[in-house]
Design a protein around this ligand. Structure first.
Ligand code: SF4
Length: 289
């Protein structure tokens, strides 16, 4: 079977940076690095990082208190993950009394800056995103209680009257076409609304490369990445929307040979948190069919 790999498959720069920050702080495992929830949404990569004593503590949404082991024999440091956190959570983590390093992706930092500055100017903030996702939870913390999260047309109809000052941003990993559609609807309701398309460049590139795979003749699409990874799930949804048989898998062990019996060409892409070693292994496996 022929395998076409998307150019952008795999780590985005924000994930690479967060991993680099954590590895720098770990100093080859001589210090324990605690990340508040998974540093990135990929279980296999978190397992690999644990060899450098980079450990996930806290919870997926960064809401619960953290109980750190008192390890006197080794220094420890807290690292914030790529999705970022709310200012309240930042204060909490700093209050743990350990050295603190921020691995928040600068693209998420830009969104947080827009939410903060506009809420301080009296704007109501509409965030297009998943209210359960840690990035959105973090962004809401910058809105001084003025955030409204929407995912669909129904959510727009349920919004209270937001007045004249409204600003809209997006979670970094959403679909561009959905953002355009919903921001257009909202702009009819709030003609003065400020619209900031904050979907990150890495997400846009992965979405357009996936469409290219279909155009290049892929009979089926394999999307590799963690089941918790928002951008990976989005890629799988986008591929399925092109009526292309789509397989969202995490590792080579998830591949069922019989599923690919009728395909000549398969397109492979991967979420922004999927490590290269997994992508290569899966491509090799598919090529052997
Ligand atoms: S997907 Fe975008 S916002 Fe998220 S870490 Fe990567 S570059 Fe940053």
């Amino acid at each position: 079977m022929k395998v076409i790999r998307a150019k952008s498959a795999g780590f985005c720069w924000g994930v690479e940076r967060a991993i680099q920050v954590a590895r720098e702080e770990s100093q080859g495992g001589s210090r324990t690095v605690y990340t508040d929830g998974p540093l990135i949404h990929n279980r296999q990569m978190m397992d690999a990082l644990s060899k450098d004593d980079i450990q996930e503590v806290g919870d997926y949404q960064s809401k619960n208190d953290i109980n750190l082991q008192d390890t006197e024999e080794k220094e420890s440091v807290v690292v914030v993950r790529a999705h970022g956190i709310s200012p309240q959570r930042r204060d909490y983590l700093k209050g743990l009394g350990l050295p603190f390093r921020d691995g928040t992706c600068p693209d998420v930092g830009i969104i947080a800056g827009k939410v903060k500055s506009h809420s301080e100017k009296g704007y109501q903030i509409v965030i297009f995103g998943d209210p359960e996702h840690p990035e959105v939870i973090g962004l809401m913390g910058y809105a001084h209680g003025k955030a409204h999260v929407i995912m669909s047309e129904n959510d727009i109809s349920r919004l209270p009257d937001l007045g004249d000052k409204v600003a809209m941003v997006s979670q970094s990993t959403m679909f561009t076409h959905e953002f355009k559609h919903l921001s257009g609807m909202l702009a009819e309701k709030y003609p003065e609304m400020l619209i900031f398309d904050t979907i990150c460049g890495a997400t846009k590139e992965r979405q357009s490369d996936l469409v290219d795979l279909v155009k290049e003749g892929a009979d089926a699409i394999v999307v590799i990445g963690g089941k918790h990874s928002a951008n990976t799930r989005k890629l799988a949804k986008l591929a399925a929307s092109h009526e292309c048989p789509t397989f969202h898998i995490e590792t080579a062990e998830d591949i069922v040979r019989a599923d690919f019996a009728n395909f000549k060409t398969v397109g492979v892409t991967a979420g922004a948190s999927t490590p290269e070693f997994i992508i290569r292994k899966i491509c090799r496996c598919l090529e052997q069919f």
